[in-house]
Design a protein around this ligand. Sequence first.
Ligand SMILES: Nc1ncnc2c1ncn2[C@@H]1O[C@H](COP(=O)(O)OP(=O)(O)OP(=O)(O)O)[C@@H](O)[C@H]1O
Ligand SMILES: [Mg+2]
Length: 690
Amino acid sequence: MNRVIGDIPIEPFEEAAPAPLPEQEQPRVLLVDDDERNLLAIATVLEDLGEIVSARSGEEALRHLLKGEFAVILLDVYMPGMDGYETAQIIRSRDQSKGIPIVFLSAVNKEAEHLLRGYSMGAVDYVFKPVDPIVLRSKVTVFVELFAKTKEIERKARAEQALLDANLRANAERLRAEQELRRAEQREAAIIQSLPMVLYLEPIDASPRRPTYVSGDLKAITGFSHAEVLDTPDLWSERLHPDDRERVTVALEARRVSGRSAVEYRWQCQDGTYRHFLDQAVLLRDADGKPVEFAGTLTDVTDRRSLESQLIQAQKMDAIGKLTGGIAHDFNNLLAAVIGGVGLLEKRATLQDEERKILGMTKRAAEQGSELVRRLLAFARRQKLEPHPVPIGALRDAVSDLLTHTLGGLVEIEWRTDDDAWPAFADRSQLELALVNLIINARDAMPAGGTVTVSVENRSASAERPPELPAADHVLITVADSGTGIAPEDLERVMDPFFTTKEVGKGSGLGLSMVYGFAQQSDGAFRIESEVGKGTRAELWLPRAPADHAAASQPLPDDGQVDSPGPLRILLVDDHEEVRATTGAMLEELGHTVAGAANGRDALEVLREGDCDYDLMISDYAMPHVSGTEFLREARELCPDVPALIITGYAEIGAITDRPENVEVLLKPFTPRALEAAIARICSPAAVAG
Ligand SMILES: Nc1ncnc2c1ncn2[C@@H]1O[C@H](COP(=O)(O)OP(=O)(O)OP(=O)(O)O)[C@@H](O)[C@H]1O
Ligand SMILES: [Mg+2]
């Protein structure tokens, strides 16, 4: 039967049964009399009532009382030594024995006075000698039964208490366990609730697919509640991305056989966006092994996917960058030779008009090639950048000027710049070029015309920013249009070099590549968002100019006349024979005398032989065995006073970190005029004096 403690019903527990009490002892009767015959006679009368313990004196009685319990004491009043009264007094004074009923046995003293004394000593009754066996038996029987009853009640009470204790303990234990379970459930629910994941149960043959049970925040990850899903039978299949449909159907079919599935698909959430879900399930069976339902998890893995594709994209750009950089570098050397050679022909040869025209075309083609190479190098992050603080107002004016004739009447630019916009830290002309590229792209995307919005905003270190950027202040330049937009599959490729959707001859596909490389090389970031039919937003993030950098604008290239220093003796080192020949010819054309060397070792030999009798050393940078800077460093030890110039492709500009002091750098390909200007800078009296 169930018992009730408080409000909580409890079932009897196996271990809650009372511990078995010791075998019920026979009630004992203590018989005290100094007369052996009396003892014997009374013991005989009472023997079947219990265990009779005999004592021949008060002292002996007290000893027995120390050792055990008695139902009643029959105490002779008159005994030699300690009499019955004294003995009774001591019995009453001891805790252990004070509750045991005492019956006095007395032959005389039937007077009231004696009886009263006996009662005051704790007697409960008197039996007078000669003892009537029937009276004695009946009196002792009362006490023996009382004792037995008391014992029985005590035993029951103990059993009851033990049961109660056990139940209480078990109950407390169970409450604790229940609480623990509830807490664990709450913890689990909280975890599931906060994960981008739901757990579900789905009938094995549900068609269309609908979960019967969902745990976790389905609404938070899909925008739909479980009730909405149940109300709309086709919801799941309708919102599955069409391109994923076939694959998912196959996977779901297969799981009926294999008993498990893991499939990833795009699914359109309530806000209309497609998110990536990982849907995993296992088949649950009943005790007989019959398939019942699928238990599964649905996890939003969109962030993971986008991080992965960003990583792949970054790796791809890096790989293409390296490849492009290498090719561009070789082309650069070849173009240096072509442009130099054409320049010399123009000066030296007497040509017909027709021939001069052909030469001019050749030269322009080579220059266009050189421009292409420059953009490729920009993409490969190997162009020479000179970052300075660029005030946004000046940037706006320059870009507006550049675009006045390009934009056409249908498109206008709207600038949104804060007055307190920070200056960006970047190479000014490359930044202008990047913006022009973005604005022209925006124009091309709006053939029917529209507005290109260029906004410049400050983004403090605490603001949200692209993950690759450090926590620092940035200037964010955004070019937005409301044009055609870019298809999602193209979006990953627009920054690839040569990716273009424009007609042949209209676009080279290098614009965004250049902007991307420029942003990366400037310690910034470039990203582009677009939606077909709505428009495109290109974001260029650049570092904020450090406060201690004077906001002076960059010196403009000097177009004025160059004061050429008089004929010089020049040592020219270049491992590329054609380049050495054309550069040598250019120098001779300028009136100088040239000694050539194919590598650093030979060149040092020439210096030694010529006793440092040179006015200028010109060396290529990238040469096998001994680099240009290594050569110049040794050359400086031999001939400390001879000025020097390094010529190099864009590709290596980043590598020249160990340029010896007072060594100028000239980038290939260069025109005779640029070479002349560089020599003038190094060898003019002012430069030499400084
Ligand atoms: N604002 C935009 N709107 C729509 N599509 C764009 C936009 N910007 C770029 N694109 C797409 O990206 C492609 C690559 O752009 P990118 O600037 O690199 O090369 P391009 O404009 O084709 O040629 P180039 O800039 O070298 O003359 C474009 O062909 C176009 O398809
Ligand atoms: Mg472009």
